[in-house]
Structures are given as C-alpha cells and as structure tokens.
Design a protein around this ligand. Structure first.
Ligand code: SAM
Length: 257
C-alpha cells in the first residue's frame, strides 16, 4: 500500500491514521461532498432514519457515536429524535480518537441549537478500549465510516458489545463492496483515479486520500463483516446488512442479547 501498512507496526499505523484525520479535519465536509458527489449525505440520512432514534415515551436514549468526528451522525440523530419522535432528552456522546476532528465537532455543537442543552458530549478515546464508558449503559452504538480505520476491529466490536445494554443495538455505516462487475469497474476508476486527484487539488493532500481509498479496498466484504459482528456476540437479524448504492456502502446491525 502507499504507506506500506502491511510492514509497519500497529502503533505506527495508528499514528498514520491520526495524521490522515488531522490533515483532513477542516476540509472534511467539502471533501466528502466532492468524493461521493454529495451522496454521503443521503446515506447518513437513511442510516439515521432507519434507526429511528429517540423514544415517544419521554425516556431519552443514551447514544454513543464512535468515530463520531465532526458530529455528522450525532446532529442528525438529535434532529430525528426531537423532530420525529418529539424526544428532547435523547443524548449523544461523540467518541473519537482524533482531537482535531473532535475540536471541529465541538465548534459546530457550540454554533448549533444543541449548545448548552447537555444533549451532546465529546470524549476522546480509542474505540478498541473505552474504559471510561460503563458496561451495559448504551441504548444505541453507531459508527459511520470509522471502523475500517480501526487497527483491531474485533476488539472494537467486543467493546461495543460490552458498553451496550442487553437489547441495545450496534449499527455501522461503512464503505463496502460492489457486487456488479460492470458497476465495480466504473466505481474503481472513480475511487482510484479521481479521489486522490481531488484530494490533491482541493485539500492539497494526495496521500491522505490515497490512504482512504486503499482502506476501503481492504475492508471486509458484507458477509465477512456480518460474521465478525456475530463473533463479537451480537444477534444478527435477517441478512444482517443493507446495501446502499449497489454496495458502495452498507449498513450492518447487531443486537446484544
Ligand atoms: N462518523 C463521521 C462521519 O461519518 O462523517 C466521521 C468519519 S471519519 C471518515 C473517521 C473517523 O474515525 C475520524 O474522525 C477518525 O479520527 C476516527 N477514528 C479512527 N480510528 C479511530 C479509533 N481507533 N477510535 C476512535 N475513532 C477513530
């Protein structure tokens, strides 16, 4: 790979991932829009709608959005809980390993309608070990476009299992694998050709975007990831995943028994 991840240590990999996200933090939204032609917004809206966060009974949910970065998913979940379910007490904790991404999220939170509501919380930490998060305490664990960057995905899944309460839901939105050969050829041309170039031209950073494309390629396909979720102890309902845009992304779910 570009960074030779196969030959460097886990600690070094973590540092590289850190550097990538520090470098992209401020241009993150523009780049997402350009790279996905704006479709990431539709996927994120769909993800949140499908989870229907918040309760109509007045007892808010305790949501943990891991790799929450700049708050894209968290804001959508609070909006959904409030506007669709009339729930003003659901809370979201955004956990992320990268202080620059969290700083960007905090800035947005302060400028949002959720400033001073106590409904948003920020925690810096590694998804693979979150000792400050109590066991059996979370109603919904979300991770969007984050898990493929984790060094030890199985450890992160086990940690998700630990913090969720029984009956709690694990939900992951991630780039996945396209199964149509023809569509895959077009998609690969776009991702390996255009994305690093857009990175270079818009963010002045070709390497970080090259890394992002390669990390998508390395991430396990739908069935394999489904099995990993099952191995962590989750019940996986039905097929276990929904493909979005022909499998460019997919949503996986698991329930803690
Ligand atoms: N969830 C947001 C979204 O959908 O826009 C942000 C996704 S961003 C592509 C990936 C995030 O994962 C970055 O903010 C990065 O810092 C974070 N991340 C990478 N490795 C992590 C780890 N081991 N633990 C927690 N967060 C991590």
């Amino acid at each position: 790979t570009h960074f030779g991840f196969e030959t460097i240590s886990e600690a070094q990999k973590e540092k590289k991932v850190g550097a990538v996200f520090s470098s992209v933090a401020s241009s993150y939204d523009t780049m997402n829009d350009l790279m996905s032609l704006g479709i990431h917004r539709i996927w994120k809206d769909h993800f949140v709608r499908s989870l229907n966060p918040g309760s109509t009974s007045g007892q808010g949910w305790n949501i943990l959005d891991v790799a929450g970065g700049t708050g894209d998913i968290a804001f959508r979940m609070l909006d959904h809980a409030t506007q669709i379910n009339g729930d003003h007490s659901t809370k979201v904790t955004i956990a992320d390993i990268n202080p620059d991404m969290l700083a960007e999220g905090k800035k947005r939170a302060l400028a949002s309608k959720y400033a001073d509501t106590g409904r948003l919380d920020f925690v810096q930490g590694n998804a693979e070990s979150m000792p400050t998060m109590p066991s059996d305490s979370v109603d919904l664990y979300t991770v969007a476009f984050g898990i493929r960057n984790f060094t030890n995905k199985d450890a992160a899944l086990r940690e998700a299992f630990r913090v969720l309460r029984p009956g709690g839901v694990f939900a992951c939105l991630e780039f996945s694998h396209v199964n149509s050969t023809l569509f895959n050829a077009v998609y690969k041309r776009w991702s390996f050709g255009a994305i690093p170039l857009i990175g270079q031209l818009v963010a002045g950073d070709r390497d970080s975007y090259q890394y992002l494309v390669e990390s998508i390629e390395r991430f396990p396909a739908q069935e394999e990831f489904r099995a990993m979720i099952g191995d962590a102890g989750f019940l996986v309902p039905g097929l276990g995943y929904d493909n979005l845009s022909g499998g460019i992304a997919s949503i996986h779910r698991g329930i803690k028994p």
